[in-house]
Design a protein around this ligand. Structure first.
Ligand SMILES: *Cc1c(COP(=O)(O)O)cnc(C)c1O
Length: 358
């Protein structure tokens, strides 16, 4: 019997989305970004499905080591770089590329004694102002890395966008320009584009794209869904009805007696709650898909359950499946009801939700 609640992951959708992203950027290689447990889809699940990716992007060394332990041989890149000097021998032992975004990392590279050089992607702050070497400091840092025997040559180059998910925001074009001017005539590979860059900013595609959310079939843009780009959502979050109750007009439901029925109806109780990562702040009206119908959440989401208004004539039964998001109910739409982004919903599921690859 299938567990519930569960996140069903479609291997076919993941593979399709990689093919689709390559259509957007046919000249680029692809770092499939699988940080945060493959955006909640399961780190090894995703890596083992999208074996055609040219490499994988991770946020933390531990994530990269898990991939190596799982037998993944592809190129791996630490998008935030290494954090400690003692990480460096592990990068060499396991053949992991690192971003260098800060002078402290340059110092650690200069001071380390390593058996062979590390492959470095030097991150330029082209305007996001979170991580990266400021344009004024770029030449000095680049020269230090060139003179450092612990750094493999050529040095590769990267940057990250602040507003690429806003297709009309001129900031992205300015960031591309800053990056291109600074790195003109330098050897090495270049990478700028996250999902939104790959979808919307052709001049950002460069040698490598770094899609995360689009690989999972989800659009990075507010008010948009993956389907508009022929991407297929890879995750369906599924649970089931554990009670169907007759409910009279004037009766409330749940903690805080927060919602009161205007007329006689039937309420369904779905076995999923904030203890599974479904947000407690999901407001009344957030849709849930049951037997092909969108029904609204009513009352407060509790730890293990939530309640939906099935309607007076509903024939839904205990044991029927409820989809919280998936191919017929885009996670982008659910996120909009809740006032967050799809990224947060898919990455916040707790270990109590079984992740099932099919
Ligand atoms: C997470 C991340 C990405 C992927 O971003 P999406 O918007 O999910 O495509 C790309 N590059 C860097 C540096 C990241 O941290």
């Amino acid at each position: 019997m299938k567990p519930f609640p569960r996140a069903e992951i479609s291997a076919e959708a993941l593979r399709h989305n990689l093919v689709r992203l390559r259509q957007f950027a046919p000249k680029s290689r692809v770092f499939a970004v699988v940080k945060a447990n493959g955006y909640g889809h399961g780190l090894l699940n995703v890596a083992q499905c999208v074996t055609d990716a040219d490499g994988f992007g991770l946020a933390r060394l531990e994530e990269a080591l898990q991939l190596r332990e799982g037998g993944v041989k592809a190129k791996l890149l630490l998008l935030e770089g290494f954090f400690r000097q003692s990480d460096l021998p592990l990068l060499i032992e396991h053949n992991i590329d690192t971003v260098v975004h800060h002078e402290s990392q340059v110092e650690m590279l200069e001071q380390a004694e390593l058996s062979s050089p590390v492959t470095v992607w030097l991150k330029v702050d082209s305007g996001m102002h979170r991580l990266g070497i400021a344009p004024d400091d770029f030449d000095v840092i680049y020269q230090r890395l060139m003179e450092c025997d612990n750094v493999a040559k050529p040095i590769h180059l990267m940057s990250h966008f602040a507003c690429s998910d806003e297709p009309d925001n001129a900031m992205t074009a300015r960031q591309i320009q800053v990056f291109e001017q600074l790195t003109e005539n330098l050897p090495g590979d270049r990478t700028l584009a996250n999902s939104a860059g790959a979808l919307y900013w052709p001049s950002s595609r460069a040698d490598w794209i770094r899609p995360g959310i689009a690989l999972y079939g989800v659009s990075p843009v507010m008010g948009d869904v993956g389907r508009n780009h022929q991407l297929i959502p890879a995750m369906s979050l599924v649970s089931r009805l554990i009670a169907v109750r007759k409910h009279k007009a004037g009766e409330s439901v749940g903690y805080g007696a927060y919602w009161t029925a205007q007329k006689d109806t039937r309420l369904g109780v779905v076995a999923i709650g904030y203890g599974d990562g479904y947000p407690r702040n999901a407001p009344e009206g957030t849709p849930v898909l049951i037997n092909g119908r969108r029904v609204p959440i009513v009352g407060r989401v509790s730890m293990d359950m939530l309640t939906v208004d099935l309607g007076q004539d509903a024939e839904d039964k205990v044991g029927d499946e409820a989809e919280l998001w998936g191919q017929a109910l885009p996670v982008e739409e659910v996120a909009e009801h809740i006032g967050t982004i799809a990224y947060e919903l898919v990455t916040k599921l707790t270990p109590r939700v079984a992740v099932c690859l099919d």
